[in-house]
Each structure stands twice: as structure tokens, then as C-alpha cells.
Write a new protein. Structure first.
Length: 351
């Protein structure tokens, strides 16, 4: 792991730590205030924006998506899939990534994939409607509302189109004005270009040992994930956002209660997790429950978790992804980094 940085808060106390380098060529160190691509943490922001529109009466949480976007999810599926099912990944819609990135066609069997497409599409301006069409036209991965759901970025690109439809502006602009600015976040943005402005780390992708040495993908057009995973933020901003969200200041307490209603969902790593509306819990037996989200992009990852009472928070960022190599059966092998991160999370959350 080239570099890792974290911020932990308890009440008025703040701890920030950083280790390693932000650039393996120059040796520039990571610091805890760097801006970072935080991947699917974006989903909490998008879900909060949709719930604001539910509160205002512009969207009905259990209405069929076909009511709003009949051209994107037509026919019986448009009638059967609700807005809630998109937010909690129980729509049954497939992931579009293997179609946008042909070398990933073997997913979820990572041994049958290759990293070539990552370079091919570094500067590709994807059209979200085309990405959605790939996901909608792919074989369904479940029945609408059925559990366990299957995690799919297609759901959140559709939510971005839904926001645009009902607000009359882009999802990025609405989320900026009504979630990012409402939370007073000074260093967070949904980018329009491939660059990260301001101090940041390089982002190193290993793709399960198939890219050796790992390659820097910090410069990347994020139109491949937009409202699903494109957010740039800082650890301080993430802790501020989740603290306000859990305090009922981004959405109403009633909407927050909806966000914390979970269903079983199969993650992209193939694990069954409990997932709410853009939030999921982390808990240890007999210990307090934390709520938040994790995320990855090519080369970067982050996790942000806030205790249910809002009094303790953790945000962690790393600048290497898919460090596990594969065993003879094509499954990712355990790695010391996994155990080190789990220990860090446990200490950060529980002391």
C-alpha cells in the first residue's frame, strides 16, 4: 500500500494520521488533508438528493420508475421497478461496467478479466443514457424487489437521470446545490473533467496483480460513473457530511429512517451485506452500530463511517486498489493489507 490517510472524530476531539507516499516516483508523502476520489460514497449523496425530492413531493419512493423514465426502463420492468428498488439495489438490473469495459466481460469472475480497457477509456466521454441501456438490456440479475438484491451502478445512473427529470437541472448541479453546499462542504465536487484540482494523491491500480507495477489512474474521465461514484472529497468533508446526515440535517429524520431500513444485497465482492437507501451499517457484536458507505475507483478507495448517535466518526482513504492476487481457482487471496485495514477500522470506531 503506497499511502493511507485517515481522520477520526469523537465529539470535539480530532485525530488525523497519514502514512506512506502519494507518489511512488517522487516520494511525496500523503497528508490527511488531500482531496481524493471516493467512489461509491457518492451514492449516499445521490440517495440524499432523491429523498429531498421525495420530501418535496416531486418523487414518490414506491412509484414505478417507468412513471418518470419510461424510455429508459420501458414496459413491464418500468412498471415493476420502483425508485426505492433502485436506491437499495433490489431492482434486478445488471451492472453495465462489463459492457462499457470489454476486458471486464468476465466479471464477477475476476480471473476471466483483464485491465486493458482501463487504459482504453481514460479519456472516454461516456453517455450515461448509453451506459443505462447496457445495464437495462443485459440479462436481469434478479426480480424487482427480490432479495438478496445485487449491487449495480446502473441503479444510480438511473437515479441521476431521475433527478434531472424532476428538477430541470443536471443531477450533478442539484447534488452540488442541495447536498454538498447544504452540508457546507468546501472541498467536495462532482468533477466535469479528468483532473483532480488541488493537492491529491496519485491512484495506483493493480487489478489483482495483472498490472505490475500498479499504474496511476488519478487522471481519468469519470463519466463512466457520474452520479454513482464520481465524487471528489476530503476526509474532513466526509466526516462533516455523514455527521450532518445522521443528525437529520441533510434529509428529514423520517427520510433518514427510510435510509436505515436495510435489505440483504450481494456486493461487487460477492459478499452479502445489509444495505439501506445509499447507506449501510458496520457493526461488531455487542458494540455500537456505525452507518456510512465505502467506495472504489480505478486506483483509489475510501470508507466513511459515523456512529448512529453521531458522536464518533471515521474516514479512511487508500491510494492502491485490488492488491489481492488470485489463487489457482481465480479467487482473490487474503492479504496482510486486509487485516491491517480491519484492525485500523476497529480501533478507529471503537477505541
Amino acid at each position: 500500500m503506497p499511502g493511507l490517510f485517515a481522520e477520526v472524530r469523537e465529539g470535539d476531539q480530532v485525530w488525523r494520521g497519514a502514512a506512506g507516499v502519494a507518489d511512488v516516483t517522487t516520494g511525496r508523502p500523503v497528508t490527511a488533508d488531500l482531496r481524493h476520489r471516493v467512489g461509491s460514497i457518492t451514492k449516499t449523496f445521490t440517495a440524499a438528493a432523491v429523498l429531498q425530492q421525495v420530501e418535496g413531493g416531486q418523487i414518490a419512493l414506491d412509484a414505478p420508475i417507468g412513471r418518470y423514465l419510461p424510455n429508459l426502463v420501458p414496459g413491464e420492468r418500468g412498471d415493476a421497478i420502483t425508485v426505492r428498488m433502485l436506491i437499495n439495489h433490489t431492482s434486478g438490473l445488471a451492472e453495465y461496467l462489463p459492457y462499457a469495459y470489454p476486458s471486464l466481460k468476465g466479471l464477477p469472475a475476476v480471473a476471466d478479466t483483464g485491465p486493458q480497457s482501463l487504459d482504453d477509456h481514460r479519456f472516454t466521454p461516456f453517455d450515461p443514457v448509453e451506459l443505462i441501456e447496457w445495464g437495462v438490456s443485459a440479462p436481469a440479475v434478479g426480480t424487482p424487489g427480490g432479495t438478496p438484491g445485487v449491487y449495480s451502478n446502473t441503479n444510480y445512473l438511473l437515479l441521476g437521470e431521475l433527478l434531472a427529470q424532476v428538477t430541470g437541472t443536471t443531477a450533478e448541479q442539484y447534488i452540488t446545490d442541495h447536498v454538498i453546499k447544504r452540508a457546507g462542504l468546501q472541498a467536495s465536487e462532482l468533477p466535469t473533467g479528468p483532473y483532480i484540482d488541488g493537492p491529491h494523491s496519485q491512484l495506483y491500480e493493480a487489478w489483482f496483480g495483472m498490472i505490475d507495477p500498479p499504474r496511476d489512474y488519478s487522471v481519468y474521465d469519470m463519466s463512466w460513473v457520474t452520479s454513482a461514484a464520481s465524487l471528489i472529497s476530503t476526509l474532513a468533508d466526509l466526516n462533516r457530511f455523514y455527521g450532518l446526515l445522521l443528525a437529520g440535517e441533510i434529509v428529514s429524520p423520517a427520510s433518514l429512517a427510510q435510509m436505515q431500513r436495510t435489505v440483504p444485497v450481494i456486493s461487487q465482492e460477492g459478499k452479502t451485506i445489509e444495505y439501506g437507501l445509499g447507506l449501510y451499517p458496520m457493526e461488531s457484536p455487542g458494540k455500537a452500530t456505525f452507518w456510512g458507505h465505502g467506495g472504489t475507483v480505478w486506483g483509489g478507495g475510501a470508507l466513511a463511517m459515523t456512529r448512529a448517535d453521531g458522536l464518533r466518526q471515521m474516514a479512511v482513504a487508500v491510494n492502491l486498489q485490488r492488491w489481492n492476487t488470485l489463487d489457482s481457482s481465480g479467487m482473490p487471496q487474503p492479504h496482510a493489507i486486509d487485516g491491517a485495514l480491519a484492525t485500523l477500522y476497529d480501533v478507529a470506531m471503537y477505541g
